[in-house]
Design a protein around this ligand. Structure first.
Ligand code: NAD
Length: 251
């Protein structure tokens, strides 16, 4: 990203084996960061690392399930063990399951969205903040969604992403005076495997029409927002849910 350098910085990204997470990991690496690529699916994360190294960047892969506390504790410890510091974290791993009317929801499926999307962000922040407090600085961006600001139909996804906005604001209030800024991004529909199924089912034009800009977003458009939020260019920005949504929330 022009004008923003991450030389000598370390960035950790969860869910970096696909979609927005992969593109953001590549963007951090291209800007000079050492990148800790994490995902629950090793093959995707390893491909991301290979792609970064092929471009001359620096990255390692650490497998982690963000819904599992021991796994997240190990992830952050491995990042510190490898690079000795943690400047930026993009807590991006997320799932989108089910689009049924509320009374038809299976409770276990409902709770699984909270385990990954909400508890995952909580656990990542818990261990990242511990290290960032010790080093005296840090910048965290969480992956929320336009569904974190308004209802987007799906019960569990919408509720779990609203909770991410709440976690972000609360962490920002608690830690900003101690050198840690915490923000979240609220993407509209972005061209990744998460929305590809809906596009393949013929809903592409419906999804496009949700965005006044008239198209679906690209992963790099979210990545650039994350890099800006993590940088000193955003030094007075904290607790903010940043819409990257082609105007969807402006309706
Ligand atoms: P994606 O499905 O392409 O990638 C998500 C990645 O998260 C995958 O690699 C997956 O293996 C990983 N993951 C899933 N569960 C995990 C777990 N328990 N632990 C660790 N990793 C796990 O999705 P994407 O579209 O790139 O979405 C990334 C984030 O952005 C998600 O939080 C999603 O909710 C959010 N988001 C996406 C869109 C969109 O339109 N694509 C819109 C708004 C918000």
């Amino acid at each position: 990203m022009p004008g923003i350098s991450y030389s000598d910085k370390v960035a950790l990204i969860t869910g970096a084996g696909s979609g927005i997470g992969r593109t953001t990991a590549q963007a951090f690496a291209a800007a000079g960061a050492k990148v800790v690529v994490s995902d629950i699916v090793p093959v995707g994360g390893e491909v991301t690392v290979e792609q970064i190294r092929a471009e001359g960047g620096e990255a390692i892969f650490v497998a982690a399930d963000v819904a599992d506390e021991a796994s997240v504790r190990n992830l952050v410890a491995r990042a510190i063990g490898e690079y000795g510091r943690l400047d930026c974290a993009f807590n991006n791993a997320g799932i989108s399951e089910g689009n049924l009317p509320g009374q038809e929801w299976d409770t276990e499926i409902f709770m699984r969205s909270f385990d990954v999307n909400t508890k995952g962000v909580f656990l990542c922040m818990k261990y990242e903040i511990e290290h960032m407090l010790a080093q005296g600085h840090g910048a965290i961006v969480n992956a929320a969604s336009v569904a974190g600001m308004v209802s987007y139909g799906a019960f569990a996804y919408t509720a779990s992403k609203h909770a991410v906005v709440g976690l972000t604001r609360t962490a920002a209030v608690q830690y900003s005076a101690r050198g840690i800024r915490v923000n979240c991004v609220c993407p509209g529909a972005i061209r990744t495997p998460m929305v590809q199924t809906a596009i393949d089912q013929g809903f592409g034009s419906v999804i496009e029409a949700m965005h006044p800009i008239g198209r679906i977003g690209e992963p790099i458009e979210v990545a650039e927002a994350v890099l800006w939020l993590c940088s000193d260019h955003a030094s007075f920005v904290t607790g903010h849910p940043l819409a990257v949504d082609g105007g969807a929330l402006a309706r």
